[in-house]
Design a protein around this ligand. Structure first.
Ligand SMILES: [Zn+2]
Length: 150
């Protein structure tokens, strides 16, 4: 199952797109702390899911980081690694790309794109309250990334 379909089934199962609500239902531990040089990280430790988020981030960034860490939780738990997420979140490895894809699919519902056919990806991102970079990880039906087509 691809990440897009996984997110769809997660949204259906938990009945929300709010990453904080999904965390709660997963009984994950959420810790806000003043982090140095990282926005957040995910740790699977003694059967506990633990997500740390930099307490100094703006609200929309906290939501994005939460969704991104949730991606690690659902997609990479078995890798048993510690995922430190620096401020250069958007140009890293496969795991980070997958977590960003998870976050984009969770936070940008298809309807938001379909309901605003005249909008650029940048405008859609702004409407949703996130950095426009989120749209490079968003896929629309047909399997293409959002890109510049719309
Ligand atoms: Zn990450």
């Amino acid at each position: 199952m691809n990440i897009r379909d996984q997110v769809k089934s997660i949204v259906k199962k938990y009945g929300t797109r709010n990453p904080f609500e999904i965390l709660e239902q997963k009984n994950a531990i959420l810790v806000y702390a003043p982090l140095e040089g990282v926005r957040g990280f995910y740790q699977y430790f003694q059967r506990n899911h633990i997500i740390y988020i930099d307490e100094n981030l703006p609200k929309s960034e906290k939501t994005f980081v939460c969704a991104h860490e949730l991606g690690h939780l659902f997609l990479h738990k078995k890798a048993n690694a510690l995922y430190m997420d620096s401020h250069t979140l958007f140009n890293t490895n496969k795991f980070e790309n997958e977590a960003n894809t998870f976050a984009a699919e969770l936070l940008i519902p298809d309807e938001l794109v379909y309901d605003h056919p005249g909008m650029t990806s940048k405008q859609i991102a702004r409407l949703a309250g996130y950095s426009e970079k989120i749209m490079t990880f968003k896929t629309i039906e047909g399997g293409n990334t959002y890109g510049n087509e719309i």
